[in-house]
Design a protein. Structure first.
Length: 205
């Protein structure tokens, strides 16, 4: 199973190097766990997703860039900012990933956040019950793992989960613009990670 194309692999290796050099093993480990979770949730019910025309089994460098650029930058800044912005940014993109991959499996069509009318599965700027639950599960997964990797206490882990959810919500809101040709999935993913990082920096101590 090929997950990334050639350029995506090279960029992922570069980001991994940056994470390890500037953040250490804990930063690299959390990123690897994010990648593992992303693979697992993408593969979940992949045959059904394929039938729906919504299965994206191989990602390119653009996807790696949108998900890895900010976390890598935050690893470089970690002596100043601490680990919370990094963890929260990964919680946000994980929440978005889980929400997208699980949400398309909801038997009920998602609703647009613009007018709350039903739209077809996979439409950017839409939410579903399963997608929302999936988003919280994704953010929560990063939060729980961070308890062991970064020694977070339960209250910090809860805040990381909330930060991830908020980032995912902003991704959905900006997805409305994406549907109108303003921006791409990559830009909305990047915004998602930025929102998570901002919350992590200012509100999680």
């Amino acid at each position: 199973m090929k997950i990334l194309d050639g350029k995506g692999i090279l960029l992922a290796l570069f980001f991994g190097f940056v994470l390890f050099v500037f953040g250490g093993f804990s930063y690299l480990a959390l990123m690897l766990i994010f990648l593992l979770l992303a693979i697992l949730v993408t593969r979940y019910e992949h045959e059904l997703k394929r039938e729906l025309g919504l299965y994206e089994h191989e990602r390119g460098w653009e996807n790696v860039l949108s998900n890895g650029l900010l976390p890598s930058f935050l690893a470089v800044l970690s002596p100043i900012t601490g680990p919370m912005p990094f963890i929260a940014s990964l919680a946000a993109v994980t929440a978005d990933k889980f929400g997208s991959e699980i949400g398309v499996l909801d038997p009920k069509n998602p609703v647009s956040v613009l007018d709350f009318k039903p739209v077809k599965p996979g439409t950017s700027g839409a939410m579903s019950v399963m997608g929302t639950v999936g988003s919280f599960a994704g953010a929560g997964s990063i939060a729980v793992v961070s308890i062991f990797i970064f020694n977070l206490d339960p209250s910090q882990a809860l805040m990381i989960s909330i930060a991830g959810m908020i980032g995912s919500i902003f991704d959905t809101l900006f997805g409305v613009l994406e549907e109108r040709g303003i921006g791409t999935k990559g830009t909305t993913n990047f915004i998602c990670s930025v929102i998570g990082a901002i919350i992590g920096y200012y509100f999680i101590k």
